[in-house]
Design a protein around this ligand. Structure first.
Ligand code: NAD
Length: 475
């Protein structure tokens, strides 16, 4: 772990095992942070906050750019580790690491554009200014599905804003984010500005959140855990941002470009084995093109290749956790028991040499309805439900009939339909005729039980800044 600029084991020398999802075997261990490690990390972040927040913004930005450069130089090493601990194919892992570097550069530039305002007063001797000041010591929690990228959003924005940070890295995939943090440390970011802890979420979370020196919490993870983290922030009214779970609807209208729609559905339902907060969970298709869509979606899905992404050029690796396979199979059988048609997948393939890996073939469940878990809960695995609809009002009410509101996707070539859907979908992100709702320079956040606050874009930086109004009278 990185605590106060030093790489350390846990004070009581306890460890946490890291499993390779391709083999199902433990291949590494990381420290299991003890209470005194957690307190030491917060104390260090608190001690150096004044210096870091007063460091000229151009100097802070230069250090972030240097960190980005080192991340790119170490891309191969970091992505290999990510492939081994998370399961995603090497090319996907390398893309994520590269994006981690881009995020650091984006926030390095964005920090130089925090301008503040001057506001006129009625009295000529008086003027108001608005300035933005770093919040203080922040705690960041990030999950295992995008181990580097989801940390980079927090690390980049927090440090650019002038905050110091204690990150709790994901227990399943701590190695690639540790290497990412090391790039920042090696770039010359002063000791104590970033601290990285590994260990059990519940234990580290409880100790960190009980510490009054933590002024802001940035949490990405499940809605259930997010609620407990938020509860720990209410007493002190601590600033927090919550990037939580989702159940993403995709609406397919009869006038869509079917080829592009199918390609989008395959990519966003099954990429990273469906382990994406904005993975498509439920697809609603207009009656007239329902069977055509299912036939083409099946054919395209069956072309996906599965295997060891470290050594082969495959589309999909294993799921990250055995529990993920169990939950996805449970959602598939729940749907089938309630009348869904399993069109393809849902079986466990044998991958020679990796018989104990966490494999699952992507599943499509046609004729689904809202009595099924696949259409109402977050599966977080490679399975998607498909249901037909008649008319835009029905489509919208089905899409909005969910506690989550992270993102939604629409395929239509009719501008009026696209505009109405974009206006009426209850989600923080709507993608029309594409499936990539998250881009670096636009805000990304959820509605309803998908959380609040933003990452990406200018909004992501302002999460780490307090607003101060200063009113000055010249006497
Ligand atoms: P999780 O909630 O189990 O864990 C998230 C992080 O919190 C991990 O670092 C974990 O160790 C830590 N943690 C666990 N228990 C804790 C506790 N009691 N107190 C403090 N921290 C604790 O989520 P996960 O299984 O790692 O990730 C999957 C979930 O994340 C899915 O629901 C997915 O939709 C969501 N997610 C959301 C976004 C988004 O931007 N909205 C992005 C990626 C993933």
């Amino acid at each position: 772990m990185l605590i106060d600029g030093q790489w350390k084991d846990a004070a009581d020398r306890q460890f946490l095992e890291v499993t390779d999802p391709r083999t199902g075997k433990v291949f590494a261990k990381v420290p299991r942070a003890a209470g005194q490690d957690i307190d030491a990390a917060v104390d260090a972040a608190d001690r150096v906050f004044k210096n870091w927040s007063r460091t000229n913004v151009f100097k802070r930005s230069a250090l972030l750019r240097e960190a980005a450069q080192i991340v790119e130089e170490r891309k191969d090493e970091i992505s290999r580790l990510m492939c081994m601990e998370q399961g995603k194919p090497l090319a996907e892992a390398a893309g994520e690491v590269k994006k981690g570097a881009e995020i650091l550069r984006y926030y390095a530039a964005e920090a130089e554009r925090v301008y503040g305002r001057i506001i006129p007063n009625e009295d000529a001797d008086t003027f108001s200014t608005v300035v933005y000041q770093p919040v203080g010591v922040c705690a960041a929690f990030s999950p295992w599905n995008y181990p580097v990228e989801l940390l980079a959003w927090k690390l980049g924005a927090a440090l650019a804003a002038g905050c110091t940070l204690v990150c709790k890295l994901p227990s399943e995939t701590p190695l690639s984010p540790l290497m990412f943090v090391k790039c920042a440390a090696d770039a010359g970011i002063p000791g104590g500005v970033i601290n990285a802890l590994t260990g059990e979420g519940r234990v580290v979370g409880a100790r960190l959140l009980a510490n009054p020196k933590i002024r802001k919490v940035a949490f990405t993870g499940s809605t259930a855990v997010g609620k407990t983290v938020l509860a720990a922030c209410t007493d002190s009214l601590r600033k927090s941002s919550m990037e939580l779970g989702g159940s993403l609807p995709m609406l397919v209208f009869k006038d869509c470009d079917m080829e592009a729609t199918v390609a989008g559905a395959v990519r966003r339902s099954f990429r990273n084995m469906g382990q994406i907060c904005i993975a498509v969970n439920r697809i609603y298709v207009e009656n007239e093109v329902y069977e055509d869509f299912i036939e083409k979606f099946k054919a395209a899905t069956e072309k996906l290749t599965i295997g060891d992404g470290l050594n082969e050029n495959v589309d999909l690796g294993p799921m990250c956790k055995k529990q993920g396979v169990i939950t996805t199979l449970e959602h598939i059988s729940d749907a089938v028991n309630k009348g869904a048609r399993l069109v393809t997948g849902g079986d466990v393939p044998v991958v020679p040499g990796f018989e104990n890996g966490f494999w699952l073939r992507p599943a499509i469940l046609a004729d689904a309805n809202h009595s099924m878990k696949i259409m109402t809960e977050e599966t977080f695995g490679p399975a998607v439900g498909v249901m037909s609809f008649d008319g835009i009002e029905t489509a919208l009410s089905l899409a909005n009939d969910n506690v989550y509101g992270l993102a939604a996707i629409v395929y239509t070539q009719n501008l009026t339909t696209a505009k109405k859907c974009a206006d009426e979908l209850e989600a923080g992100n709507v993608a029309v005729n594409n499936v990539d709702a998250g881009v670096i320079n636009a805000p990304y956040g959820g509605w309803k039980q998908s959380g609040f606050g933003h990452e990406h874009g200018t909004e992501g930086l302002y999460e780490y800044l307090n607003v101060k109004h200063i009113r000055i009278r010249t006497l």
